[in-house]
Design a protein around this ligand. Structure first.
Ligand code: DGY
Length: 324
């Protein structure tokens, strides 16, 4: 396969510079509307291309790969999360999958840090009070939040994004605790003054704020189950910019509503958008999946996706191959 002749199908509108570069480099079929393709349209696009430039709204499951036929050789995902792609089913058919994890880590960490501060300091409630005309004037006792400095932050999944959050959190005076399958390298651990917890349950019982930063896989579905949420102290907060499915959202909303947890800052939801229960819960800051939504990240995600496609087309190993 050579770069100029490969056919690339794009499933969503992408930043203009990315679409232009794709069209310059490859025989590219761009998408003309900013809405996801139906399952049937996805299959028909895939049947006609060597590379599918996909995004997180595209459900690429075993049935999709079965129907896609033999031409498709690469799924180049625009984004870090690949839980919408059945990687095993793709690999079984000889299809490579790539993603764009490195370029969005700093912007995603900014958003997590914003939530780590916004929830204890009741930022959204304060904005709402002003907008609703409910500001009684400054008072020594009105709308008091909790201090961030000195609190313990428990990061579930200290990878690229988790590490970028830890650096920011250190500057805000938080101490870093983390749970991974295995400890990070000792130099990094020392630099971050991070404490490793082999047992997630034990970490949860000790921290003041939990930040969810692991990928969503069958093993991490409802990792923060009702039982685990109950291990948190009542003054604790939950922050999630990874994937909604990792947290039992109904249990989280129940516990905040019942005063058993202090609040949550969420950018992602089990069913794409927040449940009614969550929308009504007190002291939650709810964002519409904005963690990587900067002009810079989205352009760099596109550029990284193009590097993966080009390397693959030129017969090299793409740098961001997703390995199971
Ligand atoms: C990702 O990259 O998976 C984010 O959730 C969307 O940018």
């Amino acid at each position: 396969m050579s770069s100029t002749r490969i056919r690339v199908g794009v499933t969503r509108r992408l930043p203009a510079s990315v679409e232009a570069r794709l069209s310059d480099l490859f025989d590219t079929k761009l998408h003309d509307r900013d809405t996801p393709l139906s399952a049937a349209a996805l299959v028909s696009l895939a049947q006609d291309v060597d590379v599918l430039a996909a995004t997180l709204g595209d459900k690429l499951d075993a049935a999709f790969f079965e129907a896609a036929g033999d031409r498709l050789k690469l799924v180049a995902n625009f984004g870090a999360g690949t839980d919408h792609i059945d990687i095993a089913a793709a690999n079984e058919r000889g299809i490579t999958v790539t993603n764009t994890p490195s370029v969005l880590a700093e912007d995603a960490a900014d958003m997590a840090m914003a939530l780590i501060v916004a929830v204890p300091r009741r930022l959204a409630e304060g904005v709402r009070a002003l907008e609703d005309g409910n500001f009684p004037g400054w008072s020594p006792t009105w709308m008091l939040g909790r201090r961030v400095r000195g609190k313990k932050l428990g990061i579930i999944g200290l990878g690229r994004v988790g590490e970028a959050i830890a650096r920011r959190a250190r500057a805000f005076g938080l101490s870093i605790h983390y749970h991974n399958r295995s400890p990070i390298n000792p130099h990094m651990e020392e630099e971050l003054e991070a404490t490793y917890w082999d047992s997630l349950d034990q970490m949860l019982a000790r921290v003041d704020i939990v930040s969810v930063n692991c990928p969503h896989t069958p093993a991490t579905f409802h990792l923060l189950s009702r039982r685990r949420l109950e291990l948190l102290q009542p003054h604790a907060y939950v922050v999630n910019i990874s994937r909604g499915e990792i947290v039992d959202e109904e249990a989280l909303a129940d516990m905040i509503e019942g005063g058993r947890l202090a609040g949550a800052g969420l950018d992602v939801y089990e069913r794409g958008a927040p449940s009614e229960k969550l929308l009504k819960a007190p002291n939650v800051v709810l964002l519409p999946h904005l963690a990587s939504a900067t002009v810079e990240s989205r352009v760099e995600m596109g550029e990284r996706m193009i590097i993966n496609i080009k390397m693959f087309a030129d017969g090299h190993k793409p740098p961001d191959r997703v390995i199971l």
